[in-house]
Design a protein around this ligand. Structure first.
Ligand code: CMP
Length: 139
């Protein structure tokens, strides 16, 4: 089915001027960018967005990293967009990511792993709504 998913190009990637190369990977996989903006998160916004991870040992490090530089938040649309995006990103840990994936090519570590993508339809919906209004989604 035609789906939408939420994507973040993370600080390690924006800092190294990898935004275009990462977007090209999404587009080559058939994902269309239907919303996009470059923002810098506040600590509160990062903590809210990653709320499900607040008991994890890496939570503070994760939030500090996510506010360290601008990020690019996007909505990607396509057939099975959630699974397709996860395939193009590769495994969370770049050491385990398959050849040709974004994380294999660009990620520095499990934390500085260049991209985030929604893991399921319900989280995609929540994450999109956290960053975008309906008017900003142009399919
Ligand atoms: P993301 O998809 O953005 O969702 C949660 C993030 O936590 C994940 O990508 C990783 O970048 C990060 N993460 C997971 N495990 C670790 C870890 N052990 N140390 C630091 N960050 C982590």
């Amino acid at each position: 089915a035609l789906e939408r998913t939420f994507s973040i190009i993370k600080p390690d990637a924006t800092k190294r001027n990898l935004t275009g190369k990462i977007v090209a990977k999404f587009e080559e996989a058939g994902l269309r960018v239907v919303a996009s903006k470059r923002i810098q998160l506040t600590l509160k916004q990062a903590q809210t967005f990653y709320g499900v991870h607040k008991e994890r040992p890496f939570f503070d490090e994760l939030c500090e990293f996510m506010i360290s530089e601008p990020i690019v938040v996007q909505v990607l649309e396509g057939e099975n967009a959630i699974a397709k995006n996860r395939e193009v990103m590769g495994a969370t840990n770049p050491a385990e990511a398959a050849d040709g994936t974004i994380r294999k090519e660009f990620a520095l570590s499990i934390g500085e792993n260049s991209v985030h993508g929604s893991d399921a339809p319900e989280t995609a919906k929540e994450e999109i709504a956290y960053f975008f209004s309906g008017l900003e989604l142009v399919g």
